[in-house]
Design a protein around this ligand. Structure first.
Ligand code: AAT
Length: 292
């Protein structure tokens, strides 16, 4: 550990640790669920850390939040009801709100401290809460989905932390079964699905569970996020039985939507070309994912 630097150390990426130079620690607290830290970094803006793991930095959060949101929402026409699990910082809400067809945005985040700290230190991310369509529930996403009415949502976005700690069950089969139930026919889910460089074993399990549960299509996409472990992160995109969804061909292109750009400003990362490209996998990952 280098003095004055934050190093992200975890058994989920043994033998390596990405480090950021710390200018100032702005907040340190302990919620009922996790340790919460906010610091000002030298080159990535403010950083939110939960249990020692970077959740977002001001400089590269756009890559993650835009991709996890627009990959599912641009793959179906007219999404109306959207559920976000996790994502307490509000960044995914900010992105969902760009979609003018959306009428209702429910969010179930387990940790109120994440919401409060984000509103205080990350106003450009937590701005997502200002949208009147947002309905915040503080609670466990697993329990929330178990009780959700069948066939309710057009899209579910699972913006979850790693499967050590409160998010463990968000990577397990019963959770995916509840997601499948809560989606309408032809509805879509996009879940944070870790790194092809570090977590092929976790990805394998997610893919085989999803192939059993989601009878539409099951696809893996990935993107570049410099401050996430190994610099990349992936997403599992699935659709339920019913109307067919081809995730590789965005049918609802937000980057061309003038009214959305007018109200929310231009996108920084996502566009329709990167949407399609995100589903192209390196051979080693393709081999494993296709075999499941
Ligand atoms: N958008 C920032 C990126 C995140 S945030 C993940 C959020 O999931 C956190 O706010 C955490 O409190 C919340 N969370 C964890 N478990 C649950 C649960 N069971 N129910 C509801 N919310 C939950 C993800 C960063 C990925 C990091 C990659 N290394």
């Amino acid at each position: 550990v280098i003095p004055g630097w934050f190093s992200e150390i975890s058994p989920m990426w043994p033998g390596e640790a990405h480090s950021l130079k710390v200018e100032k620690i702005l907040f340190q607290g302990k919620s009922d669920y996790q340790d919460v830290i906010v610091f000002q970094s030298a080159t990535y803006g403010k950083v939110l850390v939960l249990d020692g793991v970077i959740q977002l930095t001001e400089r590269d959060e756009c890559a993650y939040q835009e991709m996890i949101t627009h990959l599912p929402l641009c793959s179906i026409p007219n999404p109306k009801k959207v559920l976000v699990i996790g994502g307490g910082d509000g960044g995914v809400l900010r992105e969902v709100a760009r979609h003018t067809s959306v009428e209702q945005i429910d969010i179930c985040e387990i940790d109120k401290m994440v919401v409060d700290v984000s509103k205080q230190y990350f106003p450009n991310v937590a701005v997502g809460y200002d949208d009147p369509r947002v309905n915040l529930i503080i609670g466990d996403g697993v329990a929330f989905l178990k009780n959700a009415a069948e066939g309710t949502y057009d899209a579910v976005i699972v913006d979850s932390s790693d499967p050590i700690g409160p998010a463990k069950e968000l990577f397990e089969k019963p959770f995916f079964e509840s997601v499948n139930r809560a989606l309408r026919p032809g509805g879509v889910v996009c879940t944070q699905a870790e790194s092809i460089w570090l977590h092929m074993n976790i990805i394998e399990d997610i893919v085989s569970n999803c192939r059993e549960i989601f009878k539409g299509s099951v696809n893996y996409a990935w993107t570049s996020v410099p401050t996430y472990p190994s610099g990349v992160i992936g997403f599992m995109l699935c659709s339920t039985e019913g109307l067919e969804v081809d995730f590789k061909k965005p049918v609802n292109p937000i980057d061309a939507d003038e009214s959305s750009i007018k109200s929310h400003g231009p996108l920084k990362f996502y566009n329709s070309e990167i949407h399609s490209a995100a589903f192209c996998l390196p051979s080693f990952a393709k081999k494993v994912i296709d075999s499941k």
